[in-house]
Design a protein around this ligand. Structure first.
Ligand code: HPA
Ligand SMILES: [Zn+2]
Length: 363
């Protein structure tokens, strides 16, 4: 039965209010130009740009690498614990305003330790902001350090060793940075070691890299979620596998446009990923660099993809909650609230939101 379609403003109000999780967000990628200049001044650093407007004009990326060069340079203003705290606290406030109930945030330890910033200081700043977000915003938060794949596995193993004292603060490990030429298999040992510590495992794959890198992340790294993964559609056997396994894909639509993975949002694969029955959801990636936070991504998709109806929007938000690594009791409560919000808007989620929930993504 076709579901009623809502006017865009009504739909957007529903989508903003409804509970959702953000699962692919680099905290260093929330460094807004204004904060970059403020921290540069606070820390006595001179940026190679005269002002915010000039810096913003430099955000005209040709590909992933041209973004990463600027992104790593921007992170150089983060020097003290309170810099990391201010950065993360600003993001959590935005996430809460976007209706997030759960944020699983990435950070890149090596980006900081390699320029002499102690890991202890990074962790202190992030942990302070996380505690405040839990206390004052009621947010559920998890922290995922990523290994930089343009560096060696040996360096990643050293990083994991340095992270061990913070094991209880960490949800899992991830893999990011320059994808092409750096297949996941190069990091099999460090991911196995992280798994032995009981950490979850996720990996960027299939953003610029081929479907073979997604297979590799699944087989060599035992990745439980694939970050991006949009290129899976080039391999029918992979699509079938991802559907059958229910592997989540943390899709980042505005990022894909800004890094020229796709030319226009209207051409983005998100509707097709859903039509294939894959567990996709929307994320912001590096919002300060790519033109928007989670609701900006959601709104841009709602406008560019009119084929997404209430059923698809319910599916996208529900996938975000189901694919999170939050405790099951929280996931059940959030998914029931989501179903109630959509039911109030006229969408029948097909199950009783107050009944005990099956937590599989297809439930
Ligand atoms: O989208 C991304 N891909 C790879 N590495 C990254 N580091 C920050 N954002 C990204
Ligand atoms: Zn990313």
């Amino acid at each position: 039965m076709p579901h009623p379609s809502l006017p865009t403003d009504t739909l957007l109000a529903l989508l903003r209010h409804a509970p959702k999780a953000e699962l692919h967000l680099h905290i260093e990628g929330t460094l807004e130009p204004e904060m970059m200049f403020a921290l540069a001044q606070r820390n006595g650093i001179t940026l190679p740009y005269p002002d915010v407007a000039t810096l913003r004009r430099a955000y005209d990326f040709q590909n992933l690498q041209s973004f990463l060069d600027l992104y790593y340079a921007g992170a150089s203003v983060l020097l003290q614990a309170r810099d990391f705290e201010d950065l993360a606290w600003a993001y959590f406030q935005r996430a809460r305003a976007d209706g997030c109930v759960r944020c699983e945030i990435f950070f890149d330890p090596q980006t900081h330790t390699d320029r002499g910033v102690p890991l202890a200081l990074v962790m202190q700043g992030l942990n302070t902001a996380i505690a405040r977000a839990r206390r004052e915003l009621g947010l559920s938060v998890g922290l995922i350090p990523c290994f930089l794949r343009h560096l060696s596995e040996e360096a990643a193993l050293d990083t994991l060793e340095a992270l061990k004292p913070y094991r209880e603060d960490l949800l899992g490990v991830g893999l990011d940075s320059s994808e092409l030429g750096h297949p996941p298999e190069q990091f099999a040992m460090v991911f196995a070691a992280a798994g032995a510590l009981g950490l979850h495992r996720v990996a960027h794959a299939g953003e610029e890299g081929p479907p073979a890198y997604i297979w590799d992340a699944l087989r060599s790294l035992h990745a439980e979620r694939i970050d991006h993964g949009v290129r899976c559609l080039e391999d029918a056997a992979l699509v079938a596998h991802l559907r059958q396994a229910g592997t989540p894909l943390t899709v980042c639509p505005l990022s894909n446009v800004r890094l020229r993975v796709v030319q226009r949002l209207e051409d983005h694969a998100l509707p097709q990923l859903l039509a294939e029955g894959l567990c996709a959801m929307i994320n912001a990636d590096d919002p300060a660099y790519f033109g928007g936070y989670l609701m900006d991504n959601i709104e841009a998709c709602a406008r560019a993809m009119p084929q997404l109806g209430l059923a698809e929007w319910h599916r996208l938000l529900d996938n975000s909650l189901a694919a999170s690594f939050a405790p099951d009791t929280d996931k059940i409560a959030w998914r029931a609230r989501l179903a109630r919000d959509f039911a109030a808007a006229g969408f029948d989620p097909g199950f009783d939101p107050d009944a005990p929930a099956d937590l599989s993504p297809d439930a």
